[in-house]
Design a protein around this ligand. Structure first.
Ligand SMILES: [Zn+2]
Length: 438
């Protein structure tokens, strides 16, 4: 027997690989060498592996880290600031004025808080749209979290870059800065069809094409948005994007709550990816995205939390539970969107939505080691007939005991290793005190 050397061995758990076959390995182990998964198998078949560090999953679940396909991470500093309001009132009268007070430093601090929350609830990759997005990239990098980041682009002057010309320059500079980074992927992120003129959208799409980057946008979030687009352009938001050549396989359309039959056909024909944010859509009373129909058409749908001001947490376990139940009650059919389909949305399908399914989203040899361990020795997870059922219907983010991203242990038995969480919380409390004082 030749000894095979790994850096990290995660053992003694049920491995849910989330690969194409949905392979489950009871009493399995995962060997990690450097940043990558070197082997995954039954513990008995991995006797020849040794590692400098061993993580005991204590009979729990070993699975890929979760992928949050839509966040505004720095909005943690607005958590609970304004609730129970219509979207446009909430956005125009509460969120935009508060955002006008942000800067690079506050976005950095608030994003670190978001990263702490995500690591502690098992999210290892997030896709973000915000202002001062380079600060988001630096915070995610410091926290050791994988992130797709893009500066929000729109027609009016931005508190960060001012005129849109500078917005494109800021985006191009980020592409340069983060090229080949192991954790950070830059995306081009026009806000939405209703806040971006056709020229802006076309230039954004061209930059994304030139650098082979994801293009991320809010689409058809509310009925009033669709009515506004119909009035202004005589098109639905999806129809408008199609008209200007924006629909493509690298486009991630966030929300897609209000869709016509023709919109469905267009999304499918262009292989557009969708980010589903059920809790935000519920809280803002936007509506219910037709996810079962999208999935039936083979459209890739990932799960997202949206920002903390409209959710108000970043816990994808709670989002999974909500997604599964929302579509059942909406269709009065309990067989719709089963637990496995939801878990795939939060892992491998989320990765595919971001164009990162070759990197993350499943436990397979050669992929980046983005892995979490769930502690199932707890009253609310006992007994366990079916691990997938527990993950979607019984667990929450606080059941995650270990989080490993790109081979690095960022949470060890609930203790954050990459961040000083007390300092991070204190920093955001200071920002909040300033916001509250007006
Ligand atoms: Zn959003």
């Amino acid at each position: 027997m030749t000894i095979q050397q790994a850096d990290l061995l995660v053992t003694n758990g049920i491995v849910l690989t989330m690969d194409a076959e949905g392979t489950r390995i009871d009493d399995g182990s995962v060997a990690i060498a450097g940043t990558r998964i070197a082997a995954v198998d039954k513990a008995a078949a991995m006797q020849d592996w040794t590692a400098s560090r061993v993580v005991d999953a204590c009979g729990g679940i070993i699975m890929p880290g979760l992928v949050n396909t839509h966040t505004h991470a720095a909005m943690t500093c607005f958590r609970g600031l304004a609730d129970d309001l219509p979207l446009m009132d909430w956005l125009q009268n509460h969120i935009f004025p508060a955002e006008a007070r942000l800067d690079d430093k506050t976005v950095y601090s608030a994003t670190l808080l978001a990263c702490a929350e995500m690591i502690r609830s098992g999210t290892t990759t997030f896709c973000d749209m915000y202002l001062f997005e380079d600060a988001v990239a630096r915070a995610a990098s410091a926290a050791g979290v994988r992130a797709v980041v893009g500066e929000v682009l729109y027609d009016f002057p931005s508190p960060n870059y001012g005129d849109i010309e500078n917005g494109f320059a800021y985006t191009e500079k980020m592409v340069d800065t983060w090229r080949d980074d192991p954790l950070i992927t830059v995306a081009v992120e026009p806000h939405s069809p209703y806040l971006c003129a056709p020229d802006l959208l076309k230039r954004a799409a061209a930059i994304a094409r030139r650098h082979s980057l994801p293009l991320v946008i809010h689409v058809s979030e509310t009925h009033s948005e669709v009515a506004q687009m119909q009035q202004r352009y005589g098109r639905t938001p999806v129809g408008f994007l199609a008209e200007h050549g924006i629909l493509a396989a690298n486009l991630l359309a966030c929300h897609c709550v209000v869709l016509t039959e023709k919109d469905h056909q267009l999304l499918q024909a262009h292989d557009v990816k969708v980010a589903h944010n059920p809790e935000s859509n519920m809280k803002l009373a936007s509506g219910i995205a037709p996810v079962p129909e999208l999935l039936q058409r083979g459209i890739c749908v990932g799960l997202g939390t949206d920002g903390c001001a409209s959710n108000n947490n970043l816990d994808l376990f709670l989002e999974m539970s909500t997604a599964a139940k929302l579509h059942k009650v909406n269709t009065l059919d309990p067989t719709v969107l089963n637990a496995e389909a939801v878990l795939r949305m939060a892992t491998i399908e989320g990765a595919r939505a971001l164009g990162m399914d070759q990197t993350t989203g499943s436990i397979e040899k050669g992929k980046s080691a983005d892995i979490i361990v769930i502690d199932t020795r707890q009253p609310h997870l006992t007994p366990m007939y079916n691990p997938i059922s527990h993950l979607v219907y019984a667990a929450d983010g606080s059941d995650v005991s270990w989080t490993i991203i790109n081979g690095r242990v960022v949470m060890e038995d609930r203790r954050l290793c990459s961040l000083d969480v007390e300092t991070v919380m204190a920093d955001v409390e200071r920002i909040a005190a300033d916001i509250a004082s007006g």
